[in-house]
Design a binder for this molecule. Structure first.
Ligand SMILES: [Zn+2]
Length: 246
């Protein structure tokens, strides 16, 4: 169900943008992958950071000044909304640009940028696990994954699971196995076992875990279709969508 649409301004040039909202999200039928990405049927559609089409600056959506609001049933949007663009998601290389241009102003924001960069890079492989990357993309993806690997606290079970997921995608299968030999967060046992199984097979590709990792958990009340995704690097993501061919 659509909620109010906010009109916000680019922090650099004041160009106006529309932020659509949902009154409630719906994760029914969500599909989850080993990188923690979850694709839901009705995801919220607001990216955390967007590029300005007018001045090319990146700006964090939650820090953009609100300059107007209107409801979906309003016959006439306010004049401030005239000419406003919709915010868009960054493309994979743009996350590296945002990081390089100083937009990771806090550790949480760095995590957001790196996780979305990771997820976006994996988008083609959600459809076809063997999808190739060019050398530049591969180098960028690896550099991006090295950083969380260094930032994560492997004595924390949740972060350790994320560290194992990144280690596997970096091809460090023994390191992933070692991390997964320790306790995983409650409720993520099958996720951990699945990633360990992939590591044992020297499989470094993102894989869907919906069916394999959730079967028989019996805790969702909807026949086992609902799964918890690996919550990567904290609590900021629940049910997000990354654009692309996925
Ligand atoms: Zn701008």
């Amino acid at each position: 169900m659509p909620g109010p649409t906010l009109v916000v301004a680019c922090v650099a040039c004041r160009a106006s943008y529309l932020l659509e909202s949902l009154h409630s999200g719906n994760t029914f039928g969500a599909r989850c992958w080993t990188d923690g990405y979850q694709h839901a049927a009705m995801p919220p559609d607001t990216p955390p950071i967007t590029p300005c089409a007018k001045c090319a600056a990146f700006f964090w959506v939650d820090g953009a000044p609100e300059i107007g609001v209107f409801e979906p049933w309003d016959a006439t949007p306010p004049p401030i909304a005239k000419g406003a663009r919709k915010v868009r998601w960054l493309k994979e290389p743009e996350y590296a640009e945002a990081l390089a241009s100083g937009h990771a102003t806090t550790p949480d924001r760095e995590r957001v940028l790196r996780v979305y960069a990771w997820w976006t890079a994996n988008t083609p492989r959600r459809k076809r696990a063997t999808a190739a990357r060019d050398a530049d993309t591969e180098a960028r993806v690896r550099a991006n994954l090295e950083r969380p690997a260094a930032m994560l606290d492997v004595d924390d079970a949740r972060e350790r699971l994320t560290a194992a997921a990144t280690a596997r995608e970096l091809g460090r299968f023994d390191a992933a196995a070692e991390l997964l030999a320790r306790a995983v967060p409650p409720g993520y046992e099958r996720v951990g076992a699945f990633i360990a199984e992939l590591a044992a097979k020297c499989d470094d590709r993102v894989r869907e875990l919906t069916e394999r990792a959730s079967e028989g958990t019996g805790e969702s009340g909807n026949g086992g279709n609902e799964v918890r995704s690996v919550t990567i690097l904290g609590e900021f993501q629940q049910c997000v969508d990354v654009p692309g061919p996925c």
